[in-house]
Design a protein around this ligand. Structure first.
Ligand SMILES: [Zn+2]
Ligand SMILES: [Zn+2]
Length: 359
C-alpha cells in the first residue's frame, strides 16, 4: 500500500483523555515496527481495574486507549514474527517486559522493573485494532471462542494466585467476592481438586450465576442475608477453611478472610484494595496463633518453563473446565463506551463480565 494511502487508515477506538473522559473516536491504525503484529480485536473484556483506571485514576499519560483483556485475529506482522501469521486467532499478553532487568533474565516477567503495559501505559484493546510485540501473542486453541479467550488474562491471574497460595487437592476453599475473578478462582480450585468451594458475595445475582456453573447452592453464601463467617464455620465443623481467597478488596472481606481461615491455613490477597484497613489486635493475634500464611499475588506467569499459565489456561478452557460465557452480563459497541463506564462506575445495573465488541 502506498505511504499516502497508509496514512489515511483509520479505526474506531475508545480514547481516554482524562479520568472520566472517554470517547469513541477515529484514530490512525497503529503502525508496526519489526517484531510487532497488528491484531483485529474481536472481543475486549472490562477488568475491575479498568473501571477505576478510566473513571478515577486515569492512565500514565493521555490520550490512551484502555483495555488489556482481549483476543482477536492477526492481520499483519512486521519483520521477524515467527510465532504468528495473518489469520491466526490469538490472545495478547498485555505485559511487555523490558527483557533486561534481573527479573526478566530469569523469566519473572511479572516482577519486571521497567515494563510497558497495553491499556494503561500504552494503547490497548478497546479499539478495532491494537499492535503488540508478536512474542506477546498466543494462538487460541480450536473450540475456544474469542470471548472466552479474551478472559485468559484474568483466568491466568486467578491460576497464578492459587499457585502462589500452593493450592493442593483436598483443600477447602472460600472465595470472598463472586465477581468474574472470584468465579474464575472457584472454577480453577474445583478443576485442581479442592474438596469444597464456598463463594461469598452480597449480590444475589452473582451467586445465582455461580450456581449455574454447578457450585453447590448451599455453598454460595449471601453475605447480605447471613453472617458469612458463621455460615462457613457451620459448614466446616467450626474449623474454617484451609485456603481463603480475598477477591473483593474491601475491609470487611480482608478482616473476614482472617477469621474464616482455619489453623495452619493460607490467605491469598487477590482483590485490589479499595481503602485503608485497620486490623484489630484480636485478628492479628489470630494470624499468629493459627499460624496463617498470608500471600500476595500479582499478574500471571508466562515463562516457557515449567508452567506457562496462559497456555495452561487456554488448555483448560478448551477442555471446558474454565467457563467464561455464562459470566457475560453485557456486550457494548465502542460507540457506547462512555455510557458503559458510567453504568459500571455508578453500579446502575448489576453487571459481571462486560465486553466491548468492536466493529
Ligand atoms: Zn485485568
Ligand atoms: Zn524487566
Amino acid at each position: 500500500m502506498a505511504a499516502d494511502a497508509d496514512k489515511e487508515r483509520k479505526m474506531k477506538a475508545a480514547v481516554l483523555h482524562a479520568p472520566g473522559v472517554i470517547k469513541c473516536e477515529e484514530v490512525p491504525i497503529p503502525r508496526l515496527i519489526d517484531g510487532e503484529a497488528l491484531v483485529k480485536v474481536k472481543a475486549a473484556g472490562v477488568c475491575g481495574s479498568d473501571i477505576r483506571r478510566v473513571m478515577v485514576t486515569g492512565t500514565y499519560h493521555f490520550p490512551t486507549i484502555p483495555g488489556h483483556e482481549f483476543a482477536g485475529e492477526v492481520v499483519e506482522v512486521a519483520g521477524e514474527a515467527g510465532n504468528v501469521r495473518p489469520g491466526d486467532r490469538v490472545v495478547v499478553i498485555p505485559l511487555i517486559p523490558c527483557g533486561r532487568c534481573d527479573f526478566c533474565r530469569v523469566g519473572d516477567y511479572a516482577l519486571c522493573d521497567d515494563y510497558d503495559y497495553l491499556g494503561s501505559r500504552t494503547d490497548g484493546g478497546f479499539a478495532e485494532y491494537v499492535k503488540a510485540p508478536a512474542r506477546n501473542l498466543i494462538p487460541i486453541p480450536d473450540g475456544v471462542d474469542y470471548e472466552t479467550a479474551a478472559a485468559t488474562e484474568p483466568a491466568a491471574v486467578a491460576l497464578h494466585g492459587l499457585r502462589r497460595a500452593r493450592i493442593e487437592p483436598g483443600d477447602s476453599l472460600a472465595v470472598l467476592g463472586a465477581g468474574p475473578i472470584g468465579v474464575l478462582v472457584a472454577q480453577w480450585a474445583r478443576a485442581l481438586g479442592a474438596k469444597a468451594v464456598y463463594l461469598v458475595d452480597t449480590v444475589e445475582e452473582k451467586l445465582e450465576l455461580a450456581k449455574r456453573l454447578d457450585f453447590l447452592p448451599e455453598n454460595c453464601i449471601d453475605a447480605g442475608k447471613a453472617d458469612p463467617i458463621q455460615a462457613i464455620k457451620d459448614r466446616t465443623g467450626g474449623r474454617g477453611v484451609s485456603l481463603v481467597v480475598e477477591a473483593a478488596g474491601v475491609p470487611a472481606t480482608l478482616k473476614g478472610s482472617l477469621e474464616i481461615a482455619g489453623k495452619g491455613g493460607r490467605v491469598l490477597l487477590l482483590g485490589n484494595p479499595q481503602e485503608d484497613v485497620t486490623l484489630p489486635a484480636k485478628l492479628i493475634s489470630g494470624i499468629l496463633r493459627k499460624q496463617l500464611t498470608l500471600c500476595g499475588t500479582w499478574n500471571s506467569e508466562f515463562r516457557p518453563y515449567p508452567v506457562n499459565e496462559w497456555k495452561l489456561t487456554l488448555d483448560f478452557m478448551a477442555r471446558g473446565l474454565i467457563k467464561v460465557l455464562p459470566l457475560i452480563s453485557h456486550r457494548f459497541s465502542l460507540e457506547d463506551v462512555a455510557e458503559a463506564f458510567d453504568m459500571m462506575y455508578h453500579r446502575r445495573q448489576v453487571f459481571n463480565r462486560v465486553f466491548f465488541i468492536p466493529g
